[in-house]
Design a protein around this ligand. Structure first.
Ligand SMILES: *Cc1c(COP(=O)(O)O)cnc(C)c1O
Length: 407
């Protein structure tokens, strides 16, 4: 990876990005299961503490397995992008115990008491809850605006000088809403507001928010980046290297939401196949979406790749492909949803997404059973809505399974 005359491609970076040959020349960076690291001398310890010499100190602050995951994801998010002066974009990433730990660092490291977060309705449930239930007690408020309405966004920013951060999630649950990252960022930057994007559904293979001038990208690495459903994790990626190395590193270390060597190892190995998995995920999702679209038991399919999705054009503008997530409404409502889930034979009934195998869930009878029907419908979660993360099985088998479960 040190050849200056040739720039490696995305697939190659998935395999080798950030890999450093360790002292025993292990092909794969080992699981560094060590809570602390020895110093050769008091002088070396002091130099490492001062940051003059590279070296690990304590497991909560990082280890070589974690570093590899961080460097690789930073390279993938920066792939092919340049800074304002034309030099290759440099990003810094911090791996966390979960997507939510990364979200917590991102908000708490960027917003103080008395300040406000501007965001939209279609957020991941946990992100919505941290904004609604945790941050207000710390003096951090929020304003929710429909991010499709750029005039409303502009008006909100003009009206409230305390807005310091705009948080975007696109595409998002449950109807795969997609908002214009470039347009939103342009407005935010006029008002000096920090822009953060949750890129979990798309991955850097399909969408690179840093291309549109955003400041931070966050991922639940639990999903497509790990890809195998073997570990929980989250990553915060930032373009201001100095702030990432100081304020955000401090917030990360002191909140204690660090990852661990084993989960980092699983993530690094999952990342090796990201692009080939995504190609298959996407190709299968397109076929599944068309199948559902034409099926008489299905009232509606929410898939960004279908021309009738309201955000189809926005998705096309900023994503390389509409991705592997979709949802659909069964005509038979709640009972049809329950019967359908009980009839699946290959596809799995499970929450989460982005694993190699196809996962489906029926929000009305599971994740949203505690939410009032009226509230649910407001979010687009109808009684017969099924969410689907299309896997990499033979697509004929996925479609056959859906077909027999809808009989
Ligand atoms: C899963 C998810 C999260 C939270 O990540 P965890 O790893 O479960 O903590 C955040 N954002 C999105 C879009 C997600 O899908």
């Amino acid at each position: 990876m040190t050849d200056n005359t040739h720039t490696p491609g995305f697939d190659t970076l998935c395999l080798h990005g950030g890999h450093v040959t360790e002292c025993n020349r292990a092909h794969l960076t080992p699981i560094y299961a060590s809570s602390t690291y020895e110093f050769d001398s008091a002088e070396q310890a002091a130099a490492i503490f001062r940051g003059e010499e590279k070296g690990y100190i304590y497991g909560r602050w990082g280890n070589p397995t974690i570093t590899e995951a961080e460097e690789r994801i930073a390279m993938l998010e920066a792939f092919g992008l340049t800074d304002a002066d034309g030099t290759p974009l440099q990003l810094k990433a911090i791996l966390h115990a979960s997507g939510m730990a990364a979200v917590a660092t991102m908000f708490m490291g960027n917003v103080k008491a008395g300040e406000c977060i501007l965001t939209h309705q279609s957020l991941y449930g946990g992100t919505h809850e941290i904004i609604e239930k945790i941050l207000p007690d710390m003096g951090i408020t929020h304003t929710i605006v429909d991010f499709h309405d750029l005039a409303a966004v502009e008006a909100a920013l003009k009206a409230d000088q305390s807005i310091k951060l705009m948080h975007i999630e696109t595409p998002a649950n449950p109807t795969l809403q997609c908002v214009d990252i470039a347009a939103l960022t342009a407005i935010a930057k006029v008002h000096g507001v920090v822009v953060t994007v949750d890129n979990t559904f798309a991955t850097p293979y399909l969408q690179q928010p840093f291309a549109f001038g955003v400041d931070y990208v966050v991922h639940s690495t639990t999903k497509f980046l790990n890809g195998h459903g073997t570990a929980i994790g989250g990553i915060l990626v930032g373009r201001d290297i100095a702030r990432m190395s100081t304020a955000l590193t401090k917030t990360h270390r002191l909140l204690g939401g660090n990852s661990n060597a084993f989960d980092a190892f699983l993530l690094v190995n999952g990342l090796r196949t990201l692009s080939v998995r995504m190609d298959r995920h996407c190709a299968n999702a397109e076929k599944v979406a068309r199948f559902l679209h034409d099926h008489p038991a299905v009232a509606k399919v929410n898939y960004l790749g279908l021309e009738d999705h309201p955000d189809h054009a926005t998705g096309k503008k900023q994503m390389k492909h509409p991705g592997a997530m979709l949802s659909f409404e069964l005509k038979g409502g709640f009972d049809a949803g329950v019967k359908f889930m009980n009839s699946l034979k290959i596809c799995l009934n499970a929450v989460s997404l982005g694993t190699c195998d196809t996962l489906l869930s029926h929000p009305a009878s599971t994740t949203h059973m505690g939410v009032s029907r009226e509230q649910r419908l407001k979010f687009g979660i109808t009684d017969g809505l099924i969410r689907m993360s299309v896997g990499i099985e033979n697509v004929a088998d996925i479609i056959h399974d859906l077909e027999q479960a809808m009989m």
